[in-house]
Design a protein around this ligand. Structure first.
Ligand code: ZN
Ligand code: ZN
Length: 317
């Protein structure tokens, strides 16, 4: 006998609440770990108590991906074994060398995208990962196809896109997926840009994400337990909708790209209101569309003096 319980805690992020899941069989597994705030910690403990559980009962934590809203409460659970994809590791340890790679990657990217100097304060910094996130050590790693410890019948699927190290837990028999941020009900799970901690991976996250969505379509899934929003039961319908919506959004950019445009100009065009306050996120969303258009051959990227210009491809006859 096994039961899955949803725990919901607040986050300081615009996305709002985040869900954690408690799988109760002979042992207690926590999937994901909220944010590092006092408010989230209290909400977490109260909801555990309503399941007649305490923090000491938790045997292990499995992380779907590295984002702070999914790892932060690990700060309060220092002795519980933590499992996740091996590429989650650099995000869970503050190292000067990692910070340098991360920070200089984004500084350079902002230049490549022609972001004016006045937006300098919005360049992401690695330190930001730890404001609401946490440091932790992995007790073991979970690769594609692995059977996670203490969870009979569940299998690990590597589903990169939203994050390079994103995994989901799939129960083939029950046709259920605990999917972190792979697919959300009301919100598009943006494929976020990451620094090149692992060369050759996650360079074009939208393309990885599209593959993961195609994979999701090929699986039998009746129910998705997501990281945010309501439990999803119309999985293939929603997945197809997302694939089509992304293509349309990307293609709607083409008239604007008749003349070469900078990344910043395209971002302003796509997000005329949001870009000012959420520049890193909207630039990530912009690049996602540009990577897709480049991949299907609709646009070309030209580099001039370290800056990128994106332009609609000439139609070949
Ligand atoms: Zn996320
Ligand atoms: Zn999330």
């Amino acid at each position: 006998m096994e039961n899955i319980y949803q725990i919901t805690v607040p986050t300081p992020y615009q996305i709002g609440d985040v869900h954690l899941y408690v799988i109760v069989n002979d042992s207690i597994t926590l999937i994901d770990a909220g944010v590092k705030t006092e408010k989230a910690w209290i909400a977490f403990k109260n909801q555990l108590a309503s399941l007649h559980l305490t923090v000491e009962d938790i045997d292990q934590v499995i992380l779907t991906h590295h984002h702070p809203d999914h790892v932060g409460l690990l700060h309060y659970l220092p002795s519980v074994p933590v499992y996740g994809h091996p590429h989650i590791e650099p995000w869970l340890t503050y190292k000067k060398s990692t910070a340098k790679t991360y920070n200089s990657y984004f500084e350079k990217l902002f230049l490549q995208l022609s972001v004016p100097h006045s937006y300098k304060s919005q360049i992401p910094r690695f330190e930001g990962q730890f404001k609401y996130g946490a440091e932790a050590k992995l007790a073991g790693t979970l690769l594609e196809g692995a059977s996670p410890p203490l969870l009979k019948g569940w299998k690990v699927l590597h589903m990169p896109g939203h994050a390079g190290n994103h995994i989901a837990l799939y129960h083939e028999e029950k046709e259920e997926l605990i999917a972190g941020d792979v697919l959300l009900d009301k919100i598009v799970s943006n494929p976020l840009i990451e620094p090149p901690f692992f060369v050759g991976e996650h360079e074009k996250p939208q393309l990885e994400y599209n593959n993961s969505l195609q994979r999701l379509l090929s699986l039998k899934v009746q129910k998705i337990y997501p990281g945010h929003g309501k439990v999803i039961e119309n999985v293939s319908e929603l997945t197809r909708e997302r694939i089509i919506k992304q293509r349309k959004k990307a293609e709607s950019l083409l008239p604007f790209l008749e003349e070469g445009k900078t990344g910043f100009e395209i971002c302003q065009h796509l997000f005329p209101h949001a870009y000012e306050k959420q520049l890193a996120l909207t630039l990530s969303m912009t690049l996602a569309q540009l990577h897709y258009l480049e991949e299907v051959g609709y646009i070309q990227k030209v580099e001039k003096q370290g800056k990128w210009f994106f332009k609609k491809s000439e139609v070949k006859v």
